[in-house]
Write a protein that binds this ligand. Structure first.
Ligand code: ATP
Ligand code: MG
Length: 201
């Protein structure tokens, strides 16, 4: 399974609907400082529910909505107050089975699961804001998305996304802590946790 395409709509610096294709092996994104490279990573974290707002460099969720006067605190913007990000996953290798997708979406009506589209939308009203998640167009909760992704080895703790600061942190760690990360990635950590639970009993 891999990300096939990202669709950003009114998200951070992406004021226009933007489709970003990803290749199966690897994709590099280059551009000048401040052009929005890290915003693309933020978009993935936002849509897959993998980070808190601080992890996606925003104080509040509504800061993620495109605002041309972004740098100016007092600037009023009367444009559309909603943003969305869709992550289209290629699942033709059936990393996730049809029944796992059906289970997460809570309905048989999930269409073709060769592609799984995970979408998050944030909407601001005059006195509140709302966040919505979807799997293949079906409205779901964050936990449904997290449970589904965990079955494909994608978790908030999983180092599926390695942030700039993480690299330095990993270098400065003790050998033991570094080993824990490798265990986590290799999927050994869950067995250690079960073993520890068994000893406790
Ligand atoms: P660097 O090479 O310095 O790491 P980058 O390409 O990663 O740069 P980003 O951090 O992705 O750049 O983008 C920063 C830009 O996004 C800034 O210009 C900032 O003003 C803009 N930005 C962030 N949030 C919003 C928003 N809600 N509306 C409009 N622009 C925004
Ligand atoms: Mg950056």
């Amino acid at each position: 399974m891999h990300i096939k395409e990202l669709v950003l709509d009114n998200f951070k610096s992406f004021g226009r609907k933007t489709r970003i294709p990803f290749y199966e092996d690897f994709t590099t994104i280059s551009g000048p400082n401040g052009s929005g490279k890290s915003n693309i990573i933020d978009a993935i974290l936002f849509a897959l529910g993998l980070a808190r707002t601080s992890g996606i460099r925003a104080e509040k969720l509504t800061d993620l909505i495109y605002n041309p006067g972004h740098a100016d605190e007092d600037a009023e913007y009367d444009g559309e107050r909603q943003a969305s990000v869709e992550v289209i996953l290629a699942n033709d290798d059936r990393t996730l089975s049809r029944s796992q997708v059906v289970n997460a979406a809570g309905t048989e009506d999930v269409g073709d699961v060769d592609e799984i589209a995970i979408k998050r939308r944030v909407k601001e009203t005059e006195d509140n804001y709302y966040s919505y998640y979807y799997i293949n167009g079906r409205s779901v909760n964050l936990s449904d998305i997290q449970d589904l992704l965990a079955q494909a080895g994608v978790t908030p703790e999983g180092y599926n996304v390695v942030m700039q600061g993480d690299v330095t942190e990993i270098i400065n760690m003790t050998a033991g802590s570094r080993r824990e990360i490798i265990d986590e990635i290799a999927g050994v950590a869950q067995f250690d946790a079960k073993k520890a639970d068994a000893f406790d009993e």
